[in-house]
Design a protein around this ligand. Structure first.
Ligand code: URP
Ligand code: ZN
Ligand code: ZN
Length: 466
């Protein structure tokens, strides 16, 4: 007996979009075809008029991750709610590594923090130094199912910037064991120099955040990291590409045949830096790298369409206003003294990604429905070692599915989203094309705006790149 037949939907399969029915049994997709020949099912789900996509994978989130001592409002269960209501069935978060830490130990810590998740979860290994011990652990990271690494070329003062020569060491060791380096690419010297100058000049308003970290800083670090990848002969994943400068280096390297993989995030496609000029609310948009301008938005959309950028993640790293402004001093009238350096970096996107991409991507013709499915599910599954278990609707794959009603419309706001905070960076945004049912490994975890999954029902994603 089948658990479900999902009937009458337009299904995004590996072979294209077609109308077919889907049989689900024992957490897996059992078969595709005409419902009449699929067999008996406990329940028939009517998907007529809906798209059926592989469950979204968000390969870049930070849930309850300390930044300047802030951890945000979400734990892995409440994040699962927002995720499931946004059509997401798997996430990958990061270890919280500091110098001196064993990364293997940090993987175990993170896994145990993630245990109450209701969606499936993986861990990237954050590497902040290349001591003999850490290099010796890379083989173990691969064995532990965490073969994807993130290094930072900035945040020196926070202790996570890794020295250049250590980046080379990590790249070479990663290559040996089947791990892949990834990078947060922003030049630290430029941003620290700018910070110093702005400090001297008393320029501390929100907008100096984006002015301190200009596109050339990202372009420079991206180009350098690509040269390092060429030198060491490794693949390289570039997290959160925001600007034309970085994108150009990626395209050039790809055209030369180098395996450079580019990711961008929802906010870099849809928001511009001017939102940070607002005296009262600009701080909400402080994230790193910063928001850019319209021309960059356009270039990123083109990069996605052409396949130079293969992933749209959320980089969800959410704080409410209170936490974001928690380090600001107040003047004698009780007003905050603005200082961009004292704001916890990060924005939302976990729940909004599908509806905003449906609206701004598919709805405008910038990308097709199949491309949406690739950049949010199939490519992350392939790139991060989960394919074909995840990222595709075909027999034998996990029954991770999202039904999207292309006609359903809504308005994004703090009230309609499920982060439990009192503001949204997408406040008032109209969206069309909404997830109405999310299934994770054969279990309906969200339906018609209700979250249905129990804590701890998510599973660890043991990933392999080989
Ligand atoms: O501002 C951001 N992106 N916060 C999250 C940390 C990171 O570098 O991705
Ligand atoms: Zn980053
Ligand atoms: Zn991030």
């Amino acid at each position: 007996m089948l658990d479900y037949i999902i009937k009458g939907g337009m299904v995004v399969t590996a072979g294209g979009v077609c109308q077919t029915d889907i049989a689900v049994a024992k957490e897996k997709i059992a078969a595709l075809g005409e419902a009449s020949v699929l067999g008996e099912a406990v329940e028939i789900i009517d998907a007529s008029g809906k798209y059926v996509l592989p469950g979204l994978i968000d390969p870049h989130v930070h849930i309850a991750a300390p930044f300047m001592g802030c951890t945000g409002p979400l734990d892995f269960y409440s994040a699962s709610k927002a995720a499931a209501l946004g059509g997401v069935t798997s996430i990958i978060d990061f270890t919280n590594t500091q110098p001196g830490d064993s990364v293997l130990q940090k993987i175990e810590e993170r896994k145990s923090e993630m245990r109450n998740a209701a969606i499936d979860y993986g861990v990237h290994a954050k590497i902040v130094e290349a001591t003999e011990e850490i290099l010796g652990e890379i083989k173990g990271m691969v064995k532990a199912g965490c073969p994807t690494l993130k290094m930072f070329t900035t945040y020196r003062k926070a202790g996570v910037m890794i020295p250049d020569e250590d980046i080379l060491r990590v790249m070479l060791e990663a290559k040996k064991w089947g791990a892949r380096p990834g990078v947060h690419a922003e030049d630290n010297a430029i941003s620290e120099y700018n910070d110093e100058q702005f400090e001297k000049q008393g320029k501390t308003d929100w907008k100096y955040h984006y002015l301190s970290k200009p596109p050339v800083a990202e372009g420079l670090a991206t180009a350098k990291m690509i040269y390092y990848a060429k030198f060491t002969g490794t693949e390289l994943y570039i997290f959160h590409v925001t600007c034309r400068e970085a994108l150009k280096s990626i395209i050039d390297a790809q055209e030369e045949g180098y395996p450079i993989i580019g990711e961008t995030c929802l906010h870099y496609l849809n928001l511009t830096k001017e939102v940070m000029d607002d005296y009262n609310t600009g701080f909400r948009y402080i994230c790193s790298p910063p928001l850019r301008d319209k021309e960059d938005n356009k270039a990123l959309w083109e990069g996605l369409k052409k396949g130079n950028l293969r992933v749209v993640s959320s980089d969800n790293c959410l704080y409410d206003d209170k936490e974001k402004t928690g380090f600001l001093k107040k003047d004698t009238s009780g007003n905050y003294i603005h200082d961009y350096k004292k704001i916890a970096n990060g924005v939302s996107g976990l729940e909004e990604r599908l509806s905003v991409l449906m609206t701004e991507g598919v709805g405008t013709g910038r990308i097709s429905l199949e491309q949406l499915s690739e950049i949010t599910s199939t490519n992350p599954a392939k790139i991060f070692g989960m394919y074909p278990k995840k990222g595709v609707i075909q027999p034998g794959s996990d029954a991770d599915l999202v039904l999207v009603d292309p006609e359903a419309a809504g308005i994004l706001s703090a009230e309609t989203l499920h982060y439990g905070i009192d503001s949204s960076i997408y406040e008032g945004k109209k969206v069309k094309g909404l997830p109405v049912l999310t299934m994770r490994r054969g279990e309906i975890i969200a339906k018609d705006g209700k979250f249905l999954a129990k804590p701890g029902t998510g599973e660890f994603l043991h990933r392999s790149l080989r």
